[in-house]
Design a protein around this ligand. Structure first.
Ligand code: UD1
Length: 317
């Protein structure tokens, strides 16, 4: 059992990562400033004696370092971030503070207080509109948003510090993550969270374009497991890896999966494709298997079933 510090603990991916760590018997120190994180995401974790929650802003110089000095975690899983690509375009200075400067503070705190490992929430956004399919980690990185640029810069910052000061850094390049606790409130929220809400409200889902565009959708439960492996698996060395399934699902497939759940839903409505929308995004998952022993296990059909019906009901086969 190890003590792991998770930043962004009350967020979508953070809260699932906390639950997974606790489930495996680790002690967890959670950190969140509740800018976008929600306390109710941690309802189950807060009942555990192995979980401590601290309200602080990782971008505030000194705040995280002080906590790390006191707690001495074996690893940091750094998930706190400005998570919206659209918000990074609207507010690039905030993106710089939360998605780059905060990473430097994490690196510095790890160096000063002897933290052995840092796991970083990177993104497929670093690849921009990569032509390669599936995308391997070596693909050209030409981010097309301040968000993607910041994630790429943070990878470099953390890896450079890890190499110079002797701690392990794992950069996790998440593809399209979906699952319970994802916020559907913006038109630019993840499409599955938006479809789930429309489905619950009995409304028609809106498909932008012909619906043949594809994404590599990965269940948050799998992403949490990948984070736990990166933070705790013995013998892991520094590096980057796509966190994806290697399977492409189209928007038409998604709409059909939702419609197959009783009592059914109205047929999808089509609207013109969004400007800047990429057609296909698919990751190559082999590096994560080699480095972390991670392979995604939840299919999109199973993940949607859990999202709609809750995890207590057995997944569709
Ligand atoms: C992701 C980002 C987005 C960013 C883009 C850059 C998330 C949630 N989204 O988008 O902010 O600009 O990378 O490449 O991280 N769609 C519908 N109906 C809806 C909502 C979406 O048809 O109601 C479509 C979109 O047009 C898109 C697909 O679903 O073709 C997936 O959308 P989304 O979940 O936003 O993911 P990305 O397009 O990968």
């Amino acid at each position: 059992m190890a003590k792991i510090l998770v930043t962004g603990a009350a967020g979508f991916i953070g809260s699932h990562t906390v639950d997974c760590l606790l489930g495996e018997g680790h002690a967890v120190v959670g950190v969140d400033n509740f800018r976008t994180g929600r306390r109710e995401n941690l309802a189950s974790a807060l009942r555990s004696a192995a979980f401590a929650l601290h309200e602080l802003d990782v971008a505030e110089p000194g705040a995280l370092a002080k906590l790390i000095a006191a707690e001495k975690p074996a690893a940091i899983i750094h998930l706190a971030a400005l998570v919206s690509v659209q918000e990074s375009i609207a507010n690039p200075a905030l993106n710089f503070s939360l998605n780059i400067a905060a990473s430097q503070l994490v690196a510095e705190a790890a160096r000063l207080h002897g933290v052995g490992r840092v796991v970083f929430a990177s993104s497929a956004a670093i690849y921009g509109d990569a032509a390669e399919r599936p995308i391997r980690e070596s693909a050209e990185k030409l981010p097309v948003s301040p968000y993607g640029a910041a994630k790429l810069a943070s990878e470099a910052l953390l890896l450079g510090h890890g190499a110079a000061y002797g701690f392990t850094v794992r950069c996790q390049r998440y593809f399209n993550v979906f699952g319970p606790r994802q916020d559907p409130s913006s038109p630019y929220s993840g499409v599955i969270s938006i479809f789930a809400r429309s489905y619950r409200e009995g409304k028609s889902v809106v498909i932008f374009g012909d619906g043949r565009q594809t994404r590599d959708f990965i269940a948050v439960r799998d992403v949490a497991r990948a984070n736990v492996l990166a933070a705790t698996r013995p013998g892991v060395t520094s590096g980057v890896a796509n966190i994806c399934t290697g399977r492409a699902t189209s928007l038409l497939d998604l709409a059909a999966l939702f419609a197959s759940h009783p009592p059914g839903s109205p047929p999808p409505t089509h609207r013109p494709a969004r400007t800047g929308d990429i057609v296909h995004s698919l990751g190559d998952p082999t590096a994560a298997t080699a480095a972390l022993g991670f392979t995604a296990q939840v299919t999109v059909a199973e993940g949607l079933h859990e999202l709609i019906n809750g995890p207590a009901i057995p997944a569709l086969s």
